[in-house]
Design a binder for this molecule. Structure first.
Ligand code: GLU
Length: 362
């Protein structure tokens, strides 16, 4: 087996929720199982929505979960690499400037739809002469840049989804560089995956549609695409998307509500897999069984109720050493072993300690 190098690549535009954590966890467990490397990559090129405090929060959440990283990279430090890759693609004729405004593009899209045709970008920009481009520039228009897709079927063997194929001839050439010069994630991600020699891209199913174009970008930049594993999305008990009420709450909220990190990991590692959800006392126990072949293709259903129950079952088996630092000093191992079977959250131990005190002093 190829020794994996994987990355978890959150954008610091918000707090991590269970869906993000699931991707982080699978990356970490996979690297752990196969003696590989887990990289934290902060996709912090969104100047409008990105915030340093979210970066701090992301790192705190990962540390709480024990998902430590061997290396940390920030995309904002790597702009020169994206500039170089942009030139490489443009020189190879795979990146071209476009001058349409959003309104013009929307008009084209509507017209195609009205004609009953798929709204694929018509590559009008490829037909512009140098004189046209000069005129447009003189009008004050700044170009955005599109990747010229090769019109071929892209195939890959997804570790979760099995054989995949996307006909790129039926897709619009994706925009990689905005008119303000900023780069889109789909491009910077490929540049970084090449630079860090990422062997496996493990991420949510919402990215499947990017993968075909990204595989072409890897090739156009002279690299081989990594292996992909797209995890099915998490849904609530009714099959709907997670909402604040049903589980899209930030992970920090779960921590504050007394959920044990290892209980959350145990649930997220096993949801939607062929393996039972059961309490464990260490991430290594989860790493030992992580296997994309055992992840089902259907959306996995997350419930906070199940998490609370698993939290209680986890506390019932946690050894004293796992909680010692978080218990009041004088509560020893004997106390822990006597009360852990009654706890729903670790915070409940204080109540038991008080009861003991009352019993003793009565
Ligand atoms: N920054 C992207 C995201 O948060 C990364 C996706 C990927 O793993 O490729 O969705």
């Amino acid at each position: 087996m190829l020794v994996p190098t994987v990355r978890f690549a959150p954008s610091p535009t918000g707090l991590l929720h269970v869906g993000n954590i699931r991707a982080a966890l699978f990356n970490w467990l996979f690297a752990r199982r196969h003696g590989g490397t887990f990289i934290l990559r902060l996709d912090d090129t969104d100047r409008v929505r990105g915030r340093p405090e979210y970066e701090v929060a992301i790192e705190r959440d990962l540390m709480w979960l024990g998902l430590n990283w061997a290396r940390k990279e920030k995309q904002s430090d790597r702009l020169a690499h994206y500039d170089a890759a942009k030139i490489m693609l443009a020189d190879a004729g795979r990146l071209y400037p476009c001058y349409e405004t959003p309104e013009e593009l929307e008009f084209k899209r509507k017209r195609l739809l009205a004609q009953g045709r798929p709204p694929i970008y018509d590559r009008a920009a490829l037909r512009l002469s140098e004189a046209d481009k000069t005129r447009l520039k003189n009008e004050g228009r700044l170009p955005h840049w599109r990747f010229k897709l090769a019109s071929e079927e892209v195939r890959w063997d997804d570790l979760v989804r099995g054989p995949q194929h996307i006909d790129e001839a039926s897709q619009s050439d994706p925009v990689l560089v905005r008119a303000d010069g900023t780069y889109l994630y789909s491009f910077t991600s490929v540049v970084d995956d090449i630079a860090f020699a990422i062997t496996h891209v493990i991420r949510g199913e919402d990215h499947v549609t990017n993968s075909g174009a990204q595989i072409q970008m890897f090739k156009a930049l002279g690299a081989t695409a990594p292996i992909f594993a797209h995890l099915p999305l998490l849904v609530d008990a009714t099959g709907g998307g997670l909402s604040k009420r049903t589980g899209s709450a930030p992970v920090a909220d779960l921590r504050e509500r007394g959920i044990e990190a290892i209980a959350l990991s145990a649930l997220l590692a096993r949801l939607g897999t062929a393996d039972p959800v059961e309490p464990v006392t260490s991430l290594d126990a989860l790493a030992a069984t992580v296997d994309f072949g055992r992840v089902g293709r259907a959306a996995a259903s997350f419930s906070e109720e199940e998490l609370s129950q698993l939290n209680a079952r986890t506390l019932h088996i946690l050894p004293y050493d796992a909680v010692r630092a978080r218990l009041a000093d004088d509560l020893g191992e004997a106390f822990w072993l006597a009360v852990r079977g009654n706890l729903v959250t670790l915070g409940d131990a204080a109540g038991w300690a008080e009861a003991r005190l009352r019993g003793l002093t009565a």
